[in-house]
Ligand binder design. Sequence first.
Ligand code: EPZ
Length: 429
Amino acid sequence: MDRIRIVGGNKLNGIIPISGAKNAALPLMIASLLTDETLILDNVPRLADVAQLQRILGNHGLDIMSKGKRPGDHEYQGQTLHISAANIIDTTAPYELVSKMRASFWVIAPLLARMHVAKVSLPGGCAIGTRPVDLLIMALEKLGAELQIDGGYVIARAPGGLTGAEIDFPKVTVSGTHVALMAATLAKGTTVINNAACEPEIVDVADCLNKMGAKISGAGTPRIVIEGVKKLHGARHTVLPDRIEAGTYAMAVAMTGGDVQLAGARPELLQSALDVLTEAGATITPNNEGIRVTRNGAGISPVKVTTAPFPGFPTDLQAQLMALMACAKGSSHITETIFENRFMHVQELARFGARISLDGETAIIDGIAKLRGAPVMATDLRASVSLVIAALAAEGETTVNRVYHLDRGFERLEEKLSACGATIERISG
Ligand code: EPZ
């Protein structure tokens, strides 16, 4: 199994190109099931999760073609996928595939909307919490689907097709909103989603669905209205830049010091995180090409942060912020409100010497002057990258094990960081 070796202590200086967002690319690929025409997606990141979803969609009978580079494309430009669901040969998503990636459960929505039937394995728990799908099921039932659970599978039917309805989510859910949105595009009549997630990835998917002929308004606000249409058609859409990748590298620069341009990053997608970084002592300058992040001289100031749905501070940057605060001049508080078990990185950060204690859903981090490198590993994607951030600033050598977590969500991580002066390499085997 691959490992990553990092020798800490170098400042980061240079340009880091930001890839397409994983959490937009996945639902966009799934949305291709809604039409028998070709959906072309540009700037799809080359990630293990994308490859896994290609396998899952392939199992339903989709043709997926990845185009090579075109003249003038940037070296980090994501791939272009041509996805055709002209023939859906199988409406079952089996356990072996869904259990490898939770988001693949979302295929239930377009399959039900277009084929009026779907059999999808329940995804099960994961390292960051129990992550139930009750709200997704509730939304589909509101739209008229009959669902039953049998042998670990959700068996869903809507013999006469789905019907528009009012869906009130009791809590903000990204997965619930994606599923309701996709299902409602082909339902008869009007659907209103109340307390919808406002994440930029929802807006990106709604934009793409509208290009495909859907009639969606209000995406990006808590009330989304969808007028169902009979059929969707092919379209071409570019995946928006990954705000979590941008925020992660911004935290890395704040941690090591230096001066980095996050090329292609869009500040409005991560304003809450940029505000926290400014409070921590980094200088953030949005410009025409992205976001410039610098920290020179001054140390890191402690912060108090609570994760929240967009536009709040994202749970997907919580672990990275904790790594940064491990070296702050004072005591920081980070409260996790989205996932009940998203503190798996605490024990691993302690291996660098970080002083972190947990009080329920709040972590109290007492900053120390210097972390020291150590062999570490993590059980989820964002936790893994928090260890990379700690390692970049730590004294001495760190080995990050279980690199496949990083490969799920960070494209060419070692290349991007070493181009900015980090001593980082992948050790195969
Ligand atoms: C998405 O997960 C992201 N994944 C996560 O990114 C992200 O952390 C999360 O949204 C929050 O922003 C993708 O987009 C592929 P939710 P999702 O439904 O949609 C509870 C990463 O590292 N809930 O908004 O699964 C749930 O347990 C990842 O890239 C129910 O109770 O998140 C959680 O506490 C990990 N019942 C809360 O809602 C349900 O039916 C928010 O979950 C559904 C969710």
